[in-house]
Design a binder for this molecule. Structure first.
Ligand SMILES: [Zn+2]
Length: 488
């Protein structure tokens, strides 16, 4: 037998999340950081197969809600990019510019899109004419480029190129636009919450922390290891902030010319993938929801000297054929690796189920089914295999969600002072607290909270919460409850 390559993660997730994540990426062969341009990494096949499934889930959900896809150029003309003042101020420091073609310097500058409002809306102004054209709901799948300098890059979670879907929608009224924001939250709940099993809370972000150019921003935070939150999709009410400079108008029923109300929603699939694997994976390696797994069932034959190894392999092949009708299945009968090494390998790769077939199973008409979510092994009679696999497949993702969810709500601590917030954060918790305002007049109070190392994430959207007492910062009566957390 050839010498087996040593595999596995050598640190514990709870001891050193950052190193654990780095090793997970490397050992499970999800990305390679050796590409040679800072902040740009290669996504490898074991990640990309899952990412494609995630795209499909998200695009299916958008299609169901009446969006249609289109595809815009990667370059945005400088003069367009600069039309919305807050937007240009917010994004300019991070823009990559194209200034040269071949050996010739260009007469004009083009931005590599950091986001596409300024690309879409110049075209919307040409396309939209009448109230009959509205609502107009479109999306594109694309990669965007941001030369972020403030925080270190990390595969999937933070990079200078990321892969996303952006929707850009136009409506006749503010009410219609606001309904779209609620629908975006609903899509997030269905896709991220159920299909990707990522527990999250939607917040209305404070005014000082909104998307540049938006009227208001609503963003989902997921709680990651070590008590920090990660911002996942956000959806923005743009009001008339872009439709005015870009002249996106329509003629109302009464003949009046009006500005459209715009919204945009940006689920960054690559970042959501990073969050999903960081959340569900463990010290043995990768774990992903059942339908997102590149391989769902692996069958490992266990040959033995003197046993009928041909019959063992035949049994494995029959199982593979039966299960292959519904699931992605593979037999690993390589003889240069021991069964034990293969167990570790497929656990590292996050395959939800492993079926072991040995000489005794041949005699007894059984197999062993091991599941990756609980680590349990089940001795199963041959005629029951499909039934048991169906059952595990059916409960696997929900089980991952349950394990992740337990970590969320119990990590929220209600705090009555800035000191208490500081204490909660130091214990890797999220703090909730009474606060005066998430409008610009609350910005001073938020600065006091920033000193704790956490940030005001905003007002919770999934439930009404009545504050008691005073703002933790200024002692004026509290008007709402905000959440404070450290973030990635
Ligand atoms: Zn205050």
């Amino acid at each position: 037998m050839a010498e087996e390559k040593k595999i596995g993660i050598t640190v514990k997730k709870k001891d050193d999340f950052s190193e654990w994540y780095t090793q997970l990426i490397e050992q499970a062969e999800l990305a390679d950081v050796r590409y040679g341009i800072k902040g740009f990494v290669v996504y490898r096949e074991w990640a990309q197969v899952t990412i494609e499934k995630m795209y499909r889930s998200m695009m299916d959900a958008l299609d169901r809600k009446g969006h249609m896809p289109l595809c815009f150029p990667t370059l945005i003309h400088e003069k367009n990019f600069e039309l919305e003042a807050e937007h240009v101020e917010g994004f300019t420091p991070d823009v990559f510019w194209v200034t040269q073609a071949g050996s010739e310097k260009l007469n004009e500058k083009y931005a590599l899109r950091p986001t596409s409002e300024t690309a879409f809306y110049q075209m919307y102004s040409l396309w939209l004419r009448s109230h009959r054209d509205l609502p107009y709901k479109r999306y594109q799948r694309a990669s965007v480029f941001r030369a972020e300098k403030t925080k270190g890059t990390r595969p999937f979670l933070r990079g200078r190129e990321f892969h996303w879907i952006e929707t850009h929608n136009a409506f006749a009224t503010h009410e219609d636009a606001y309904k779209q924001v609620l629908e975006d939250m609903e899509i997030t709940r269905e896709v991220l919450g159920e299909e990707f099993a990522i527990p999250h809370i939607f917040f209305e972000r404070p005014q000082w922390d909104k998307f540049p150019g938006a009227v208001s921003t609503f963003a989902a935070d997921a709680l990651m290891g070590s008590g920090k939150v990660l911002q996942l999709p956000s959806t923005h009410l743009l009001g008339e902030n872009f439709s005015k400079p870009f002249n996106v108008t329509y003629v109302a029923e009464n003949g009046e010319q009006k500005y459209c109300h715009l919204t945009c929603y940006g689920p960054a699939i690559s970042r959501i993938y990073g969050a999903m694997i960081a959340l569900h994976s463990d010290d043995k390696g990768l774990r992903v929801p059942f339908n997102m797994a590149p391989l769902q069932v692996v069958i490992v034959p266990i040959p033995k000297e003197g046993a009928d190894n041909k019959a063992i392999l035949k049994k494995a092949e029959k199982l593979s054929k039966d299960l292959g009708k519904k699931y992605s299945v593979k037999i690993d009968d390589r003889d240069e690796y021991t069964p034990g090494w293969k167990y570790n390998y497929y656990e590292l790769k996050g395959v939800p189920m492993r079926i072991e077939v040995g000489p005794r199973d041949l005699e007894n008409g059984t197999v062993i089914i091991a599941r990756r979510d609980t680590g349990k092994k089940e001795l199963t009679k041959d005629p029951d295999v499909v039934k048991v696999v169906d059952k595990i497949a059916g409960e696997y993702t929900e089980n991952l969600l349950k394990q992740a969810d337990e970590g969320f709500e119990k990590n929220i601590v209600h705090s009555k002072s800035v000191e208490e917030i500081k204490k909660a954060l130091s214990e890797n918790k999220i703090a909730s607290a009474g606060f005066c305002s998430i409008g610009m007049d609350g910005a001073k109070c938020a600065e006091k909270i920033d000193l704790t190392g956490g940030e005001v994430r905003g007002k919770r959207m999934d439930k009404e919460e009545k504050p008691k007492g005073n703002c933790v910062s200024c002692d004026k009566p509290a008007k709402l409850i905000v959440y404070v957390a450290k973030s990635y």
